[in-house]
Design a protein around this ligand. Structure first.
Ligand SMILES: Cc1cc2nc3c(=O)[nH]c(=O)nc-3n(C[C@H](O)[C@H](O)[C@H](O)COP(=O)(O)OP(=O)(O)OC[C@H]3O[C@@H](n4cnc5c(N)ncnc54)[C@H](O)[C@@H]3O)c2cc1C
Length: 521
């Protein structure tokens, strides 16, 4: 089989298929190569407001209304109930002491809830990837991309202005000549191996391992441990995090009875639990967390257990003259703040613009910039996640550090919705002259596990960093670490976004975020 294409995309996860779809809308000849076959299990399921906004923007720019519906829970459920997914109203954290049942006080000392949306209809989502990715690959094929599943690629070679991929499918040899290759094959994927790209160790994050699968029969935490009175949203309709010294567990519920759950563990704990054992290691972990064990008492794994002996990964090089890795192939840090989707979608936007550039010199310059930005965004994410890991036994500090993320994310989303991207430069505002520099400094101080006056000073410093960007009431202590998403907060902070209150009201109406309505359930 011989195929000539403008663009060859390796990997048909959501990212590869979305890229293929957008390129087909621009009339490019696209081949999408997958080594497996849909439907298949994939990890990375929880979206965020920024991820969904980027998906919406991509759908609008490339005229993909069938994709836009997936950017909000309500439109998804009305248009595509056949594709399973989960409702994500925010980020829920419970902080556990080893071997003790979970308990908390009226100040919510051992929890943190940050709403991302005011009501279910415009809520974020968890993507049930077996169906979500399958649907996207079919859309790409229907749009005219040549889709080759079950295909083993063996090598890539480069000629004048082309790349040649060679491999086999069902016993037949396959050769693809393409002017550009996008690697969407995930971490440690095709080009990393074929080109033997350098993969340096993380700079700040300690070595971590992961253990995960899908379950049925996972009990709702809020049915046993949380009264629903005045919470910003039902705590399980969220990315639910159980945090403990040395790691954390994610629990993501889908609407088909399946729950995704797993643990990210620092190396000493992973070794103590013998994480490579799979399910027995999971049981050993739950034995140290009695309330989580209770939540999983009736649970049964529905997929094989996956043990990732090294969770974080990154490459030193992201692109060449006629190839590029998507950010998800260039690096993965940790699922802790659901950063994978927005980073990947930012990369797709950038790469599509670059592929559209016909002038060779301009394209080369833009590819260089793509590499710089991709690596800088991975750095910013790694620094913050590393600081959070170092604070897992210091709950107040963990909460305070996480507010850096929530302030940057909510400010960036609002700025983007106001078409003022210039106000929020870089993922997590890392390119902002003050916020970016302070983010790095605060994370570096946190990594030293400060105590006494130094720790107090860090708390003050983080508050000062956040204040000019806080459009979500994150510094309001009366909320006791339960943060709803309210129109009032955004309107009251309009000036921080260089906007008038009326601009924000119009923005909120456009987004279906009803004004004068608090998001308390
Ligand atoms: C444990 C864990 C949890 C995560 N949780 C989250 C989260 O909650 N939220 C979030 O935003 N991000 C999360 N991420 C990151 C997230 O997984 C990625 O951002 C996302 O999966 C990227 O999608 P993708 O389509 O680029 O790649 P993938 O989902 O990795 O898909 C790659 C595809 O390429 C195919 N492929 C691989 N090699 C080849 C080859 N040689 N030839 C052809 N095809 C190939 C694979 O079969 C697969 O279909 C998580 C990551 C991990 C490791």
């Amino acid at each position: 089989m011989r195929i000539d294409a403008d663009v060859a995309i390796v990997g048909s996860g959501f990212a590869g298929s979305l890229t293929a779809l957008a390129l087909r809308r621009r009339g490019r000849r696209v081949v999408l190569v997958e080594r497996g076959r849909h439907p298949r299990f994939a990890i990375g399921e929880s979206s965020t407001p920024l991820a969904n906004l980027l998906l919406e923007e991509l759908a609008d720019k490339y005229d993909l209304p069938q994709i836009r519906v997936f950017s909000k829970w309500g439109t998804w459920q009305r248009s595509r109930p056949d594709v399973a997914g989960g409702l994500k109203r925010g980020f829920t954290f419970y902080f556990h002491h080893e071997a003790e049942p979970f308990s908390d006080d009226a100040t919510h000392a051992r929890q943190l809830m940050v709403a991302a949306s005011p009501h279910d209809d415009i809520g974020d989502t968890h993507w049930y990837r077996p169906e979500f990715d399958w649907n996207l690959s079919r859309e790409a094929e229907a749009a005219g991309a040549i889709y080759l599943d079950d295909t083993a690629l063996d090598r890539i070679t480069f000629g004048a202005g082309t790349a040649t991929l060679e491999g086999s499918r069902h016993g037949e040899s396959v050769q693809i000549d393409a002017r550009f290759v996008v690697d969407a094959s995930g971490p440690r994927g095709f080009l990393v191996r074929a080109l033997q790209l350098e993969t340096p160790e993380p700079r700040w994050l300690p070595p971590t391992q992961a253990l995960y699968t899908h379950f049925e029969g996972v009990a709702r935490w809020d049915a046993r441990h949380q009264q629903l009175f005045a919470v910003p949203y039902p705590p399980d309709d969220a990315a639910l995090h159980h945090v403990f010294e040395g790691g954390w567990i994610w629990v993501l519920r889908f609407n088909n009875g399946i729950t995704s759950a797993g643990a990210a563990l620092t190396e000493p704990l992973a070794e103590r639990l013998a994480a490579a054992d799979g399910e027995p290691a999971w049981r050993r972990l739950l034995d140290t967390l009695p309330s989580v064990r209770e939540q999983f008492a009736g649970a049964r794994a529905t997929c094989p257990w996956i043990h990732a002996p090294r969770l974080a990964f990154r490459t030193a090089q992201v692109c060449g003259a006629n190839w590029a890795l998507l950010p998800s192939s260039a690096g993965v840090i940790d699922p802790l703040l659901s950063t994978g989707f927005p980073l990947t979608l930012l990369g797709i936007h950038r790469l599509l613009d670059i592929i559209e550039t016909d002038d060779g010199a301009a394209r080369a310059a833009r590819l260089g910039e793509y590499e710089r930005i991709t690596l800088a965004e991975l750095d910013a994410t790694e620094l913050l996640v590393a600081a959070l890991y170092s604070a897992m036994r210091d709950v107040p500090l963990f909460k305070q550090l996480s507010l850096l993320y929530f302030a940057a994310a909510s400010f960036s989303e609002a700025a983007r919705r106001l078409h003022r991207v210039d106000l929020a430069p870089g993922f997590l505002l890392h390119e902002h002259p003050t916020f970016g520099a302070e983010l790095r400094t605060c994370c570096q101080i946190a990594a030293t596990s400060p105590s006494g006056a130094q720790r107090d000073a860090l708390f003050d410093r983080i508050r000062r960093v956040i204040e000019p960007f806080d459009v979500a009431g994150l510094l309001d202590k009366s909320r006791a670490d339960w943060y709803p998403a309210t129109a009032e907060d955004l309107i009251a902070n309009a000036a921080k976004l260089h906007a008038a209150p009326e601009d924000i009201e119009l923005l909120l109406q456009r987004c279906g975020f009803s004004v004068n309505r608090r998001s308390v359930v």
